[in-house]
Ligand binder design. Structure first.
Ligand SMILES: Cc1cc2nc3c(=O)[nH]c(=O)nc-3n(C[C@H](O)[C@H](O)[C@H](O)COP(=O)(O)OP(=O)(O)OC[C@H]3O[C@@H](n4cnc5c(N)ncnc54)[C@H](O)[C@@H]3O)c2cc1C
Length: 388
């Protein structure tokens, strides 16, 4: 009988070649380590993802530094208008207050994924295996032995560090889940006048409604309870646009709407970010409500910080000290992002009169107090810790 082939060795195995896993691989491009990225889907599936992402100025800087900023496909956000339906108070943030060329940018997931894939394809020491599944996994003190299934064949791989970047986790006892009882219905919509690079965040008792300027129109994130999401999904375009106008108000109308998709929303927080020679980053570490567009921005900072800790550690990428430093360094930004989005959603998604008044005063106060506005804007742009 022939001997089993020797396992392939990679220093770092990243499971999940989504935007966060790929960013990490790129951030490690100058490291001495061999890197393998595996994804269970064909890479071309990322072109079907319907999401549009609002990215902060800090995220743009990081992606540009890695050679993966989709320049031609990003729409700048110059101002952000925040208001509540059925109550007074509003806040306006402007890029000039921050001295930045834009407060943020809106990019389609597919364009971001394509820029990242193009950049990683140029890295000879990083191997990307799509349509590949992990079927077995064992571990000892020196690393992991993993069986990958690809095109009907099994391959054995050893790795010194295993990184999870698989996106939103399913049932997992290591993850705490708090359901929002809300679904996001997303689509593109064309307004009856130019968007003027303004993003709108409107809080309604059903949940937040976001209009993000994207190309010639808006990317809509319409958050509602599940039964209302069923109804929104079933409506014809005319009825949907009417529902949108009812929630948004009469500032402007819409002339056309694109295909709709929906996402159930829950806060998912992994209790432990690291294990022996193992790390979790991006949505698999924390999945947030999309309000104020924090999720990918946070995942990007996970990837960047992990790369910095590994690069400043020893020759062994799985060294416990570097992993622990990473977990400690991410605590404030992760918990801050989760706390901020969670409290905003819970405080604003109701119709209680005293809360409506308190919210109105809060929005007014923020509008009249530049230092408070500056604090919120900087938190959204740079995360809990200023980057870089
Ligand atoms: C409606 C909505 C709007 C959003 N808007 C914003 C926004 O405006 N701004 C923002 O910053 N964030 C936003 N987010 C969050 C953002 O989409 C995520 O934070 C981001 O996509 C996470 O990237 P990721 O790489 O961690 O995960 P993903 O994008 O989910 O990628 C994970 C990859 O892992 C692969 N995979 C999964 N399981 C396995 C496995 N077992 N083996 C191998 N591969 C696997 C998948 O095929 C996929 O390619 C929004 C989310 C939603 C739902």
């Amino acid at each position: 009988m022939a001997d089993a082939p020797e396992p392939m060795h990679t220093d770092i195995l990243i499971i999940g070649a989504g935007p966060v896993g790929t960013t990490l691989a790129l951030a490690l491009k100058d490291s001495p380590w061999s890197i393998t990225l595996v994804d269970q889907r064909p890479l071309s599936a990322q072109a079907q993802d319907p999401r549009a992402l609002a990215l902060s100025h800090g995220a743009r800087q990081l992606l540009a530094h890695l050679g993966a900023w989709p320049t031609a496909q990003a729409t700048a956000i110059d101002t952000i208008h925040v208001s509540q339906k059925g109550g007074f108070g509003r806040t306006l943030m402007h890029k000039d207050e921050q001295g930045l060329p834009a407060l943020g940018y809106v990019v389609r997931y597919k364009h971001l994924a394509s820029a990242l894939q193009a950049a990683i394809a140029q890295q000879a020491r990083c191997k990307v295996l799509d349509e590949t599944r992990v079927t077995q996994h064992t571990q000892d003190a020196h690393g992991h032995r993993i069986t990958l299934s690809r095109q009907g064949q099994e391959h054995s791989v050893t790795a010194r560090l295993l990184i999870h970047a698989e996106g939103t986790p399913g049932d997992d006892p290591g993850v705490q889940v708090d359901d929002y009882g809300q679904h996001a219905v997303i689509c593109d919509a064309i307004p009856d006048r130019p968007h003027g690079h303004r993003a709108w965040e409107r809080f309604t008792p059903d949940g937040p409604l976001a209009l993000l300027p994207l190309e010639e129109g808006f990317s809509i994130v319409f958050t509602v309870p599940p039964a209302k999401a069923d109804a929104l999904m079933a409506m014809d375009d005319q009825a949907f646009l009417q529902a949108l106008s009812t929630q948004f108000g009469s500032r402007f109308g819409f002339t056309a709407v694109g295909h709709r998709d929906r996402f159930p929303l829950a806060l998912r927080q992994r209790k432990e970010l690291i294990g022996p020679r193992e790390v979790w980053i991006g949505n698999t570490a924390q999945t947030l409500h999309p309000v104020s567009g924090q999720g990918f921005n946070l995942g990007l900072r996970d990837a960047w910080q992990l790369a910095q800790e590994l690069l400043s550690g020893t020759e062994d990428p799985g060294e416990p000290k570097a992993l622990q430093t990473y977990a400690d360094a991410r605590r404030l930004d992760r918990s801050g992002g989760a706390f901020f989005t969670d409290k905003v959603v819970r405080l604003f998604s109701n119709n209680t009169p005293p809360l409506r008044w308190a919210r109105g005063l809060g929005l007014l106060g923020l509008d009249l107090c530049p230092p408070a506005r500056d604090f919120v804007a900087r938190r959204m742009i740079w995360g809990a810790r200023a980057w870089p």
